[in-house]
Every structure is written in C-alpha cells, then in structure tokens.
Design a protein around this ligand. Structure first.
Ligand code: HEC
Ligand code: HEC
Length: 307
C-alpha cells in the first residue's frame, strides 16, 4: 500500500472490507431471526401449478452456522495476515518473506548436489550427463537471452561455441568471466588514424591477418598504423590480449560483423559493451547464482568446445 501517494486508498479498502463483513453480520442477525408464523401466514403468496406455494421459511441452522464460522474465520484471517489497508497483520507474513523461505528451503535441498559438483573438476563435470542437463537448464534461464539457446551468439553477443575466447578459454578463465562479468573497451580510433584513409588502411591490414579479401596496396601503410595504434592491445601479431578482453584479429571470428563496413565502424567509433547504446556487457553472476551453479555453468560452457 505504501506505493500510493496518499493513504486514501488504504481507508477505501478498509471501509469496503469491514463494511462488507458488517453487512453480512446484519443479514444473518436481523434477517435470519426465527419466524414462528403459521404456514399460511408464512407464504409469499407465490403459487405455481395450482398448489405449489413458495414459503418464506427460515434458513436452515447448519447453513447459518456455517456462515457465522466463515465470518469469524475472515476476521481472524484479516487480523493475522495483511489485508486491511496498510495494516501488516499480527502474524508478520509477507510475500517476500514467504518467497525467501521457499528459496532457502530449495537451496538447502539442492546444496548437497551442488557441493558434489563443486568438488569435481570442470573436465570431469563436462562429461557428466546428469550434471550437464541441470547446467543446460540454468543456461537457458540465465544466459540464452544474450548468447542464444545454442550458445551460438549473435552480432554483439559473443558466441560461446566459436572457440575464439576474448578473455581466455581455460576453465578458470571462463569461471572468472561468469562470476565477475566482463566489459571490453575498444577505444574510438577514427581521429588518431586520420579519418577514413587511415581506417581503411588499418582494416585492410587486419583483413590480411585473417585471410579476408582486402586491398593489398593498403597493407604496408595499415601495418605501420597497426603497430603504432593497435598492437598495444591486440598484440604485435594481432592475436589479442585476454587480460583486457582484446580479441584475436587473426582468427576470422568477428563479434560485431565481418564486413569491411562493420569492422571500419568498430575501428572508427570503438566499442564499449557497457556504455554503448543498445549494448550489453557480460553481467557478473557472483551473488546471483551460487558458487556451485557457476562452477556447473563453467563446465557446460567449457564443454561446448572441449568434448
Ligand atoms: C546481458 C547479456 C548477457 C548475459 C545475460 C550473459 N552474457 Fe555472457 N557475455 C555477454 C557479452 C556482451 C560478452 C562480451 C563481453 C566483452 O568482451 O565485452 C559476454 C562474454 C561472456 C564470456 C566470455 C567470452 C570470451 O570470449 O572470453 C563468457 C564465458 C560468458 N559470457 C558466459 C555467460 C554465461 C555462462 C552466462 C549465463 C550465466 C552469460 N554469459 C550471460 C553478454 C551476456
Ligand atoms: C585500449 C586497447 C585497444 C586498442 C588501442 C585497440 N583495440 Fe580494438 N578492441 C579492444 C577491445 C577490448 C575489443 C573488444 C571490445 C568489445 O568486445 O566490447 C576490441 C575490438 C576490436 C575489433 C572487433 C573485433 C570483432 O571480433 O568484431 C576490431 C576489428 C578491432 N578491435 C580493431 C582494432 C584496431 C584496428 C585498432 C587500432 C587502430 C584497435 N582495435 C585498437 C581493445 C583495443
């Protein structure tokens, strides 16, 4: 109720609820008074089919008794649970409290299973079919909306099956990616490169590294520009640097599109998966998922390319 800006609606609900209960009491107490009249006087004077007379008899006692029991129950219910405006109820029950309790019970139930997984090496866990079934369900719930249900990714959302790891593909590196999240920052290089001619040249050189079609006349100029501006992050050989998530530019795997236009765009404007419009960084799952679940997912992701 605290979502409302005034407490008018609190009172509105209290008055409606209490009013409805009092109305029921009134009907039962006043209208239900025993009528000891004679059968004749008791008639509503509605007669059908010659001799079928509608009577105004008292309601049966069991029925009225039941109604009283229900009324008393509702009063008790409204005292114990929140239901009357902003009154929190004497029982201290809340929806979130109940949810937390159920989650804690679930965690207590699954803890032995996850403790077992935690004790296993990623390499063995990835071969355990039952464990991978559980892992896949978590992946579909938590990860598929970005990486795709088959982990194949999409432009801007890394494929986890390409075998090209920006942050490293060893179990411990994958676990770190999931637990801590990752935000790669490629700075905008358009100005430093002197605009389009420089960008074109460096992209031509980049394409020469991965065997893509390119303008060979531009490669020499592009190589110089690369050494001066890009090697610090992508490495002198262009093979990337996993400490800062700089991708390998020689593997012909492109997270943001492989066309000359797409790559020129990334080089000119850079890319920051957290700050760019419509961009999503890899969220940190520590604290969101349990340690055991993260370990299980690590095995699942590792297993996609190592089985
Ligand atoms: C909101 C979208 C989003 C969700 C949800 C998400 N990811 Fe990611 N993930 C990304 C992005 C974007 C990157 C690339 C980050 C970067 O390099 O800047 C990434 C990177 C990764 C990497 C590192 C890849 C590499 O090349 O080294 C791993 C591993 C990974 N995600 C696994 C997962 C798992 C497992 C889950 C589910 C628990 C998950 N992700 C959920 C967006 C997401
Ligand atoms: C400060 C470090 C840094 C510098 C300098 C840098 N890059 Fe990057 N680059 C990155 C990072 C980190 C990413 C990944 C960004 C992401 O995933 O959000 C990236 C991504 C890219 C991509 C996208 C690759 C793909 O898979 O789609 C290309 C292309 C690229 N860089 C080329 C260059 C070129 C050419 C230069 C030099 C003109 C350069 N970079 C300079 C760090 C850098």
């Amino acid at each position: 109720m605290s979502d409302f800006t005034s407490n008018f609606w609190d009172f509105y609900i209290v008055i409606l609820t209490v009013g409805a209960l009092l109305f029921c009491v009134w009907i039962l107490a006043v209208m239900g008074k025993s009528k000891k009249e004679e059968k004749a006087a008791n008639s509503t004077t509605h007669v059908w089919d010659g001799d079928l007379t509608e009577l105004n008899n008292q309601l049966p006692n069991w029925w009225r008794g039941l109604f009283w029991v229900l009324l008393i129950f509702s009063v008790g219910y409204l005292l114990y649970y929140p239901g009357l405006g902003s009154f929190k109820g004497l029982g201290g029950w809340t929806q979130t409290g109940q949810f937390d309790k159920e989650m804690a019970a679930l965690e207590a139930k699954t803890k032995p299973m996850y403790d077992g997984f935690l004790a296993m090496r990623v390499e063995d866990l990835a071969k355990n079919q039952k464990a991978m079934g559980t892992a896949q369900r978590i992946f579909l719930n938590e990860c598929a909306r970005c990486h795709g249900s088959d982990a194949g990714g999409a432009i801007g959302f890394k494929s986890l099956r390409s075998g090209a790891w920006n942050w490293g593909g060893a179990p411990i590196e994958i676990e770190e990616s999931i637990a801590g999240g990752r935000t790669g920052v490629m700075p905008p290089m358009g100005e430093v490169l002197g605009g389009e001619p420089g960008i074109k040249a460096v992209v031509a050189y980049t394409f020469s590294l991965s065997g893509r079609p390119h303008d060979t006349n531009l490669v020499a100029k592009g190589e110089t520009l690369f050494e001066e501006n890009c090697a610090v992050c992508h490495g002198a050989d262009g093979k990337g640097m996993k400490e800062i998530g700089a991708p390998d530019l020689t593997d012909n795997v492109w997270d943001y599109g492989s066309s000359e236009k797409a790559v020129m765009r990334i080089v000119e404007f850079g890319h920051n998966s957290e700050l760019d419009e419509g961009g999503f960084a890899m969220p940190a799952y520590k604290g969101v998922l349990s340690e055991g679940q993260i370990h299980l997912l690590t095995a699942y992701v590792w297993g996609l390319t190592n089985r």
